[in-house]
Design a protein around this ligand. Structure first.
Ligand SMILES: C[S@@+](CC[C@H](N)C(=O)[O-])C[C@H]1O[C@@H](n2cnc3c(N)ncnc32)[C@H](O)[C@@H]1O
Length: 284
């Protein structure tokens, strides 16, 4: 169970962070997916869902990855689109309706305690969820338990911070200025908690998965300006967002100025190009 007593850096629980960000995660969906669509296409290709299958999406956010899978399941198949945040699930339901998805159900599910029967789904998918969970070992065991024997899990997490200016540019400024505590190393949950594929492989083995392979897939975010970038991060980026939201106008202007300076080497096409490497793991 996501530990309601555990505090994210600024004293919020991870569920509180998700609930606070759900409305803007939804309103920023198009910008997120302009970058994230190729990754979700890769993940669904790797999952290879078949007509009639039951697929579980965990930590679904706005649900787009699962909806791509749902398109392959047909009327006889079923997507369970889930997240532990009620606000995120409501957003996914709205998005599913917009996309005309008719074979999905929407459920509030904590990945660390999945309220589904053993062997009840054919595949599971989770984009950028497990590394934020308090107990990814429990979540992966739960995922394995509800997957039928041989069923596939496709997950993605963020790769190493030293190659990730997208998150690290604002995070560095916030930490240096004392607005965000320095990140705790893994196993503490966080954006980079599963950046080491060896750790992920070990967690999967311990959870009962017999084979796993990982590949890197780099997303590139194209902020048009430092100001737009800071606003985007304040709307979407977990603890970074919560820190930015808590700043006075003057403090935020200082952070924006740090960010503008750090963005210089990434200038391209009148804006910036910021890489953010992801790791995609397929396990069964
Ligand atoms: C970075 S967002 C990713 C959302 C979506 N998968 C995507 O790629 O757009 C992380 C999501 O994980 C969810 N989450 C975090 N911990 C969770 C848990 N223990 N169980 C289920 N969902 C969780 C949050 O509510 C949030 O929607």
């Amino acid at each position: 169970m996501a530990d309601q007593t555990t505090s994210a850096p600024q004293g919020f629980t991870s569920l509180e962070v998700a609930e606070a960000l759900a409305p803007t995660w939804h309103s920023r969906r198009e910008q997120i997916e302009a970058v994230g669509t190729p990754l979700r296409e890769l993940m669904v290709r790797e999952l290879d869902p078949q007509p009639g299958d039951a697929v579980l999406e965990l930590a679904a956010g706005t649900g787009e990855t699962g909806f791509d899978a749902a398109e392959r399941l047909g009327d006889g198949g079923r997507l369970i689109s889930s997240d532990f945040s009620r606000g995120m699930v409501d957003g996914a339901r709205r998005r599913g309706e917009e996309r005309g998805v008719e074979n999905a159900e929407y459920r509030v599910i904590d990945a660390e305690r999945i309220e589904l029967a053993d062997d009840s789904v054919d595949g599971a998918i989770c984009r950028f969820g497990y590394m934020l969970m308090e107990d990814p070992a429990a979540a992966l065991s739960e995922t394995r338990r509800v997957l039928r024997p041989g069923g596939r899990l496709v997950l993605s997490v963020w790769g190493p911070p030293d190659r990730n200016p997208f998150f690290m540019i604002p995070a560095r400024s916030l930490v240096q200025r004392g607005h965000l505590p320095p990140p705790e190393p893994p196993p503490a949950p966080g954006l980079f908690a599963m950046a080491d594929p060896e750790r992920t492989a070990g967690l999967l083995r311990d959870a009962g998965f017999e084979e796993a392979r990982t590949e890197e897939f780099t997303l590139t975010f194209p902020p048009p300006s430092a100001e737009a970038f800071v606003e985007f991060m304040a709307d979407t980026a977990g603890p970074i967002a919560m820190a930015l939201r808590g700043l006075s106008e003057a403090d935020r202007a200082e952070v924006a100025s740090d960010v503008e300076e750090s963005l210089t080497p990434f200038a391209a096409d009148g804006g910036y190009q910021l890489p953010s490497p992801a790791l995609v793991t397929v396990a069964r």
